[in-house]
Design a protein around this ligand. Structure first.
Ligand code: SF4
Length: 704
C-alpha cells in the first residue's frame, strides 16, 4: 500500500519539512514539504537522499550484551538486557551513590525522548550527570543569550533574511551546514542586490565567496573584531542611544572597554584591512542588521564571550526585535533546541530553568512529584568522560550519539570508555566508533519510524509521525527509557509512579505544563494543533495566540528589571597556539554532503560525489615550501595524536592554516579522525570545548 507521511529532515537545525513515501511498510522516497515554513518544499542533497538511508544493513535490530568486559557481545532479548542494566545501575548507585552513573544523550533525539532521560537522571536516580552532544554544539549560544538577553531564546526568524539590509554571518559556512537557509539568502540577495552580506571566517568558504565582504580573520579573534566594530560605530555616531538608555544596562563599562579596540589594533589582531573593518561596522550600524552564527563562535574556549560580544552590537544599535534584525544563532542538530527546552543538560532543568536556582529545583520537583532535584552540578561532556576515565563515574548510558568520534582528544575519551565498568549504547546504527566499546546495545528506532516533536533554529515545533513500523526488535527511545526506569524504580525500592507513559503525547503534555509561565510557555500547544495548524513557533499560550516570529519587540527582556545586559569581553587567544614546533593552525568543519560521523550519509554512494575522501586542505605556499604535491600523503600531528591523509591545495585556506572535515572516523578511514588532535579545553561559562582549532605540525610521508 502506498502511503505519504509528513515529517522533518533529521539532519541539521534548519528543520526542513519532508513528505516520506512508503510502500508496504518500506520507505521508498522523500520530497520537500511545500507547506512547511522552514523550507517550502526545498531540500538539500542530504535531505533529498534521506530515503536511501532507510535500509537495514547498518541497523541494530536486536539487543546485544556481554557479561564480562572483553567477551564478545551476544544477541539477547529485551527483558534480559534491561534487567541486566537495571541490576548493574542499581548496584552501582547503592554502592557508590547516584553520581557514579551518567547519561550522555543527543540533539538528534526527539523532545519527548530528551524529557524522559532528564527525568530519569534528575528525578528518579538523583544525579545531574546528564549531558548531551549539544554541549559540543550549542552551549555557548545558550550562555551568550542568557548573559545578555536573559533567556535562551533566539529572537529572530528565517523570514528576517528577507527584510535585512545587512546580513552578518560569523563562524558559519551556511552554504554547507545549513543549505536551505543559504538558498533563502541567495533569493533575498537576488531580490534586493543592495542588501549587504558580510562573512567572518578564516576560510574563504562558499558562503564567504558569495559575500559582499569577507573578513578572513585569524582563528579565534572574533571578540577583537566585534569590539572593534563597536568602537567604530560609537565613533561614527551610529548607536541607538535611546534604546541603550531605555532597554539596557552596563553600556558605560562596555564603552570604556571598546575604547582601546582601535581600528588599527583590531586590524592587526585579526589580520584584516582596517578599511574592511570600517565598512563592516558601517553596514552593520546602518541596519536593519541580522547576524547568523554557529560553530565558529560556539566551539571555542571563549565561545560565551564571542556570542555575547556579537549580541552587544545588536543591543548598542537597537538591532533586535524588529523585521530583519537580531542575533540569530543557528542550531547544528535537528533538535538541539528541544533538548534545551526540556533542560536536558547537566546545568539546566525543564522549561528553561536553571539547576543552580533553588526555586527552579523546587518547581521541577513539584512537577515531577519527587522530594527534590539534587543541587550538585552534573558533569558536562568533557568532565563526564574525564570522570569515567578516573573511575568516579562507573557506568555510562549513551544514546543516539557517537562520542568516540565527536568528542575532542579522542584517545582520552576512548581510554575512558575502555575503563568504564559498564557502557550502555542506545542507538539505531551499528556502524559507529562508540559501538565497539558498548557492553550492552539497545536497538532504537530512527528517521521515519518515530513519533514526537522537534524544534528548529527559529523556535518552530513540528509534530512528526511514523511512516513505517519499528524494524526488527527496535523500540522507540522514550519507550526504552520508560521500561528501564520502571525496572530501576523496583530495584531502588521506589514507588512505580514517575514513568507511567504509554504514548509520547503524554510526555509532551507534561513537558508543555513545565513551560507554564516561562519565557517559552507553550501551554497553548498540542499535538492536535500542530497537526491541524502546522508547525508553530514558541511561545504560544493564552496570552500569545499565534507563535511569535520575533522576540523583544516591546524592548522588554527577561531580566529582573526587564533590561538587557551588555557583556564585557576582551580578546583572548585560542587554547592551542602555533609555535616553531607546531607552526600550522588546523581548523575543522563540515562538508556539504556529509552529516556528523557518517553513520547514515556514509552509506549513500551519491553523497561522495562532492568529496570522496578525507584530505587536509592547505595553502599552495605551504605546500610548495614543504615540497608537498597534490595527493601526497602527509602526517598531521600534535601532542594528542596523529593522522595520515592526502594533501590538497585550496585557495580557501590562508597561509599557515589548514582544514580537515570532521566527518571521517575510524569506521571510514584508518585513524581516529581530526577530533583526536583537538584540545579538550572548554569555555568556563558554557563548558563547550574548542573543537574548531588546534596547532599541528605537518610532515610529508615518504613512501618506500
Ligand atoms: Fe535537512 Fe538541513 Fe538539508 Fe534541510 S537544510 S534538508 S534540514 S540537512
Amino acid at each position: 500500500m502506498l502511503k505519504e507521511t509528513r515529517s522533518t529532515c533529521c539532519y541539521c537545525g534548519v528543520g526542513c519539512g519532508v513528505i516520506i513515501t512508503s510502500e508496504d511498510d518500506r520507505i521508498t522516497g522523500v520530497r520537500g514539504d511545500p507547506d512547511h515554513p522552514a523550507n517550502f518544499g526545498r531540500l538539500c542533497t542530504k535531505g533529498s537522499t534521506l530515503h536511501l538511508t532507510a535500509k537495514l544493513d547498518t541497523r541494530v535490530l536486536q539487543p546485544e550484551m556481554r557479561t564480562s568486559r572483553h567477551s564478545p557481545r551476544q544477541p539477547t532479548d529485551w527483558d534480559t538486557a534491561l534487567d541486566h542494566v537495571a541490576d548493574r545501575f542499581a548496584e552501582t548507585i547503592r554502592e557508590h551513590g547516584p553520581n557514579s552513573v551518567a547519561f550522555y544523550i543527543s540533539g538528534q533525539l526527539l523532545t519527548e525522548d530528551y524529557y524522559v532521560f532528564n527525568k530519569l537522571a534528575k528525578g528518579l536516580i538523583g544525579t545531574n550527570n546528564v549531558d548531551t552532544n549539544s554541549r559540543l554544539c550549542m552551549s555557548s549560544a545558550v550562555s551568550g543569550y542568557k548573559l545578555t538577553l536573559g533567556a535562551d531564546a533566539p529572537p529572530a526568524c528565517y523570514e528576517d533574511i528577507d527584510h535585512t539590509a545587512c546580513l552578518f554571518i560569523a563562524g558559519s559556512n551556511t552554504a554547507y551546514a545549513h543549505p536551505i537557509i543559504f538558498r533563502r539568502i541567495e533569493d533575498a540577495k537576488a531580490r534586493n542586490p543592495d542588501m549587504k552580506i558580510v562573512v567572518v571566517d578564516p576560510r574563504r568558504t562558499d558562503t564567504a565567496t558569495f559575500a559582499d565582504l569577507h573578513l578572513a580573520i585569524q582563528p579565534g579573534t572574533d571578540v577583537a573584531l566585534f569590539n572593534g566594530m563597536l568602537h567604530i560605530m560609537l565613533w561614527e555616531g551610529m548607536l541607538d542611544q535611546a534604546f541603550i538608555r531605555e532597554h539596557t544596562n552596563g553600556f558605560d563599562a562596555l564603552k570604556e572597554t571598546v575604547r582601546e579596540y582601535t581600528p588599527k589594533m583590531v586590524a592587526d589582531i585579526c589580520g584584516i584591512r582596517e578599511a574592511d573593518l570600517v565598512t563592516a561596522a558601517k553596514w552593520f550600524g546602518s541596519g536593519p542588521s541580522l547576524s547568523m552564527y554557529c560553530m565558529g563562535l560556539n566551539q571555542s574556549i571563549h565561545g560565551s564571550d564571542k556570542n555575547a560580544a556579537l549580541i552587544n552590537l545588536h543591543l548598542a544599535t537597537g538591532q533586535i526585535g524588529k523585521p530583519g534584525a537580531g542575533p540569530f544563532s543557528l542550531t547544528g542538530q535537528p533538535n538541539a533546541m528541544g533538548g534545551r527546552e526540556v533542560g536536558g543538560m547537566a546545568n539546566l532543568l525543564s522549561g528553561h530553568r536553571d539547576l543552580d536556582n533553588p526555586e527552579h529545583r523546587a518547581e521541577v520537583a513539584a512537577l515531577w512529584g519527587v522530594e527534590d532535584v539534587p543541587a550538585t552540578p552534573g558533569k558536562t561532556a568533557v568532565e563526564m568522560f574525564d570522570a569515567l576515565k578516573s573511575g568516579e563515574i562507573k557506568a555510562i548510558w549513551i544514546a543516539c550519539t557517537n562520542p568516540a568520534h565527536s568528542m575532542p582528544d579522542l584517545n582520552q575519551v576512548r581510554a575512558a570508555l575502555e575503563n568504564a565498568e559498564l557502557v550502555v549504547l542506545q542507538d539505531a546504527y551499528g556502524n559507529t566508533d562508540t559501538n565497539i566499546y558498548a557492553d550492552v546495545v539497545l536497538p532504537a528506532t530512527s528517521w521515519g519510524e518515530k513519533e514526537g516533536t522537534v524544534t528548529n533554529s527559529e523556535r518552530r515545533i513540528t509534530h512528526i509521525t511514523p511512516a513505517v513500523a519499528k524494524p526488527g526488535a527496535a523500540r522507540h527511545d522514550w519507550e526504552i527509557v520508560v521500561d528501564f526506569a520502571q525496572r530501576l524504580e523496583q530495584r531502588l525500592g521506589k514507588a512505580n509512579t514517575l514513568f507511567n507513559y504509554l504514548v509520547p503525547e503524554t510526555i509532551f503534555n507534561e513537558h508543555r505544563e513545565s513551560t507554564r509561565g516561562r519565557d517559552l510557555d507553550i501551554t497553548g500547544l498540542s499535538y492536535q494543533i500542530l497537526d491541524t495548524q502546522g508547525p508553530q513557533q514558541w511561545p504560544l499560550n493564552e496570552k500569545v495566540s499565534t507563535g511569535l516570529q520575533r522576540l523583544y519587540s516591546d524592548g522588554i527582556f527577561p531580566k529582573p528589571d526587564g533590561r538587557a545586559q551588555f557583556h564585557i569581553a576582551h580578546y583572548k587567544p585560542t587554547a592551542d597556539k602555533t609555535d616553531a614546533r607546531q607552526p600550522l593552525h588546523l581548523l575543522t568543519g563540515r562538508l556539504r554532503d556529509q552529516w556528523h560521523g557518517m553513520s547514515r550519509t556514509g552509506t549513500v554512494a551519491q553523497l561522495f560525489n562532492h568529496v570522496d575522501e578525507p584530505v587536509i586542505s592547505l595553502n599552495q605556499q605551504d605546500m610548495e615550501r614543504r615540497q608537498i604535491k597534490p595527493g601526497d600523503l602527509v602526517k598531521v600531528s600534535n601532542k594528542r595524536g596523529s593522522l595520515t591523509l592526502r594533501a590538497q591545495p585550496s585557495d580557501e585556506i590562508q597561509p599557515a592554516q589548514s582544514f580537515i572535515p570532521m566527518h571521517w572516523g575510524s569506521q571510514f578511514m584508518s585513524g581516529l579522525g581530526c577530533n583526536a588532535l583537538m584540545p579538550s579545553a572548554f569555555d568556563k561559562i558554557s563548558r563547550q570545548p574548542e573543537l574548531k582549532h588546534t596547532a599541528v605540525k605537518l610532515e610529508k610521508v615518504e613512501l618506500a
